[in-house]
Design a protein around this ligand. Sequence first.
Ligand SMILES: Cc1cc2nc3c(=O)[nH]c(=O)nc-3n(C[C@H](O)[C@H](O)[C@H](O)COP(=O)(O)OP(=O)(O)OC[C@H]3O[C@@H](n4cnc5c(N)ncnc54)[C@H](O)[C@@H]3O)c2cc1C
Length: 466
Amino acid sequence: MPIPVEADYLIVGGGAMAFAFADTIISETDASIAVVDRHHQPGGHWNLAYPFVRLHQPSSGYGVESRALGDDTIDAHGWNEGLLELASTGEILSYYDRLLNQQLIPTKRFSYFPMAEYEGDGKFVSIVSGREFQAVVKRKTVDATYQNVTVPAMRRPPFPTHEAITCVSPDKLVRMRAGYRNYTVIGAGKTAIDACLWLMGHGVNADGIRWIMPRDSWLVNRAYSQPGAQFADVATAYMTAQFTAINEASSAPELFDGLERHGNLLRIDKTVTPTMYRCATVSEKELTALRSIASIIRMGRVNEIREDEIILEDGAIPTSADELHIDCTADGLEKRPSKPVFDGDTLTLQSVRPCQQVFSAAFIGHVEHAYDRDEKKNEICAPVPHPDTDMDWLRVTKDFCRSERLWGADQRLRDWLVRSRLNWVWRLGPSLPEGESALKAFFDSRDQVLALMEGKLDQLLAEASG
Ligand SMILES: Cc1cc2nc3c(=O)[nH]c(=O)nc-3n(C[C@H](O)[C@H](O)[C@H](O)COP(=O)(O)OP(=O)(O)OC[C@H]3O[C@@H](n4cnc5c(N)ncnc54)[C@H](O)[C@@H]3O)c2cc1C
């Protein structure tokens, strides 16, 4: 007989989005929540992350609404020198552990079922004991697994590898006990960037690294997305430059030229046109180091690693057992088809602001209880699928403009957003003015700029799609 578990909300998945949603509901309502998750502690994919991963956006904009992460220190050394601190994986996991044990469970409205597999229809089973549970859900079942984050440690390399060849996920690097003659990093995204920087940080020369990069990517300049008064001038210049670049462009290539000229977007090789955009951020220091890697292989994806050669989509390159291959190809930011966030007694957590998953989940938590009809809630919380291609930069920026206008025009939402800790985007640039009329004037003028940008991006997207 399954053990009954009664809660207003059953949340399936115990990652960062689940906790951001749960925290808002617990803080702002008297509802009860049960969370079911496969891992032994909260944090989702961070439990399996490579040990040297850090947030790539400032810690101050991550976590849940009610609890700060980090203390806004400016890094004094390292790749991120001069910029706001980026939490390590250890810090992130400790944060969620403290949130769970010191804050959520003591409310007595929050129950947590780790090491449990959800099987559907409210049923879940302990992976350890086999005990079965049946949730009695009074309000909604929340799917906090939909974004389907995959990190390299979750799966084997997606290509066959000869037994003489060593191909590891980046989490294995820290357990290395003898170095290799050369290193081949496979993948074009943030994980591959981290692996290259980690190797260089440990004294590997750039010419000892070969980087298989199936696509070049536009990268976000991290210096321009630093919230807080000390960065206000830089952020204002960044926003103005972005508006100017969009306004002046008469085609998508011209837009990217403008964004690069103003420093908003960066690329590793200025002679190669990127076809990818996945919200990865870099500092100038990181970019300089990455640019020193001369051996970049642009021959498509790896199909197979044989004893003496790597077979790629567009050809083959030599390799050997003396080389360490590092598989950084997992998709941590899958572009999923969007579905309505609110659908009767089911709620599916998705990004409603580009690449801002935790903010999105907290915001959805607020909208869930503050508004009545699903139709209205879905209008406010339109999903923004993760970007993948260069043109997706235009799409997600357009979506951003649309929702910012909608949210800014709704005073109730604005009141929440002005106070929101995770809404660090509103803390970029000059401080928001005090008082309702000054705030209204501020949002009215902002609205005009957003409308112009949205219209222009729409036009560029339509032209690009022919
Ligand atoms: C390397 C890396 C760096 C990142 N850096 C940043 C950053 O700087 N800033 C930022 O905002 N975002 C960053 N992100 C994005 C990050 O993915 C999100 O911020 C967030 O952690 C995603 O959380 P989630 O809850 O959606 O997913 P997950 O962490 O994947 O959580 C989902 C959970 O559901 C569980 N689950 C799935 N199915 C079941 C089932 N049937 N039964 C039980 N449990 C189940 C999974 O085991 C998992 O624990 C980064 C991502 C990666 C991969």
